[in-house]
Design a protein around this ligand. Structure first.
Ligand code: OGA
Ligand code: MN
Length: 362
């Protein structure tokens, strides 16, 4: 993903220092987390400080005067509260934009449908096209890599003149021929290795650009309609947002998204509509260079962020996700998902965050 991993560069800029500070944050007073013997039993000091992190849910619940620099954006016909930063035009925060049912729906889609071909994922380059990964993981199947044949080559042609050189299929554990020498990986392991999938126009991460020659389907109508409705506060009156591509990010417990600017879309006046699902995280909104001190805020499941105009030029990233059970803030999701047969989804989301960000490319 984005962001330098050069440790020497780790704290050269204000943005990197903030990333490091929050990445290393440890909650205080948690028994059994640290093996430090220097502290009295049960009193762990924690590490770091979240007091500067803006909490829009708390501001909404308090329903009082807002801290300096934060405002409410009034948008005719838009029936969700919207917050903004007075000195950061083009950034909008819609706390609790999605109901628990809607969150469950989009989590399910993100795991079952969005990684399906022709959509590409981070696994495509390694294993070739993988169908029905979610079902395979649920059924404890195993992916085996097969030598490419002419037929498979045809099926695997990306349309960009290159072919996927690999072809993989799911088999039962018992079907694996011992000593055959083909590489095999559990579907559950692959599910945990899923980092991103791309919907609509396919984003090519190696070139950091859209590759229009890659086969793709339109963004699902329900997601396009949601994005159009949620984009309203950031759109000029009467204009409609046109969702053409989406990137779905899957974060495990220690994953982060380094500071970056999304600059591959033609018209920066149009917003990026960014949906948060699953575990709470810290989102950093910085300036046009990494030298500006970023503002940190909590993003929780169901929150939506819009970045348009000037805000699109700002560095942003996710240095920390909270998978600790007393920090993740997904109790509504957990009770909703517990009633269903999908314990796989429940287990997944307890340790993960999913971000769907929807873009107008042209
Ligand atoms: C991105 C992005 C933010 C998030 O994918 O470009 O900025 O909340 N995601 O995960
Ligand atoms: Mn981004």
């Amino acid at each position: 993903m984005y962001g330098a991993s050069d440790p020497a560069a780790a704290d050269r800029t204000a943005f990197r220092r903030a990333e490091k500070q929050y990445k290393l944050y440890k909650p205080p007073n948690l028994k059994g987390r640290s093996r430090s013997r220097s502290k009295p039993d049960g009193v762990e000091g924690g590490c770091g400080d979240l007091s500067a992190v803006v909490d829009f849910h708390a501001l909404l619940a308090a329903d009082g005067e807002l801290p300096a620099g934060i405002g409410r954006s009034n948008c005719a016909g838009f029936d969700h509260p919207v917050f903004c930063f007075l000195d950061r035009p083009g950034f909008y925060f819609i706390p609790g934009a999605l109901s628990t049912e809607e969150q469950c729906y989009w989590i399910r889609e993100s795991l079952k449908t969005f990684p399906q071909p022709p959509n590409r994922t981070n696994l495509t380059a390694i294993y070739g096209s993988i169908s029905d990964l979610f079902v395979a993981a649920k059924n404890r199947k195993i992916l085996v890599e097969v030598e490419n044949s002419d037929v498979q080559e045809k099926e695997q042609n990306n349309g960009d003149g290159k072919t996927e050189s690999k072809y993989s299929k799911f088999v039962e554990d018992s079907e694996i021929q011992k000593g055959e020498g083909c590489r095999s990986t559990r579907a559950t392991t692959l599910m945990r290795k899923l980092r991103w999938s791309t919907l609509g126009l396919q984003f090519d991460w190696s070139k950091r650009n859209y590759d229009v020659s890659l086969p793709h389907k339109r963004i699902p109508d329900a997601l396009a309609n949601l994005a159009k409705n949620m984009a309203i506060p950031a759109m000029p009156f009467g204009e409609e947002f046109k969702p053409e591509a989406a990137i779905v990010n899957y974060y495990g417990p220690s994953d982060m998204l380094g500071g970056h600017v999304d600059d591959m879309e033609a018209d920066w006046t149009k917003p990026i509509v960014s949906i948060s699902l699953g575990c709470k995280c810290i989102f950093l909104l910085g300036g046009k260079t990494r030298d500006e001190v970023p503002t940190a805020m909590f993003l929780r499941s169901g929150d939506i962020v819009l970045m348009a105009g000037e805000a699109r030029e700002r560095f942003h990233g996710v240095p920390r996700i909270f998978t600790e059970s007393d920090q993740q803030e997904i109790s509504a999701l957990v009770s909703q998902l517990s009633g269903e047969d999908d314990c796989f989804i429940l287990d997944y989301i307890k340790n993960s965050r999913i971000n769907i960000n929807i873009r107008q490319v042209y």
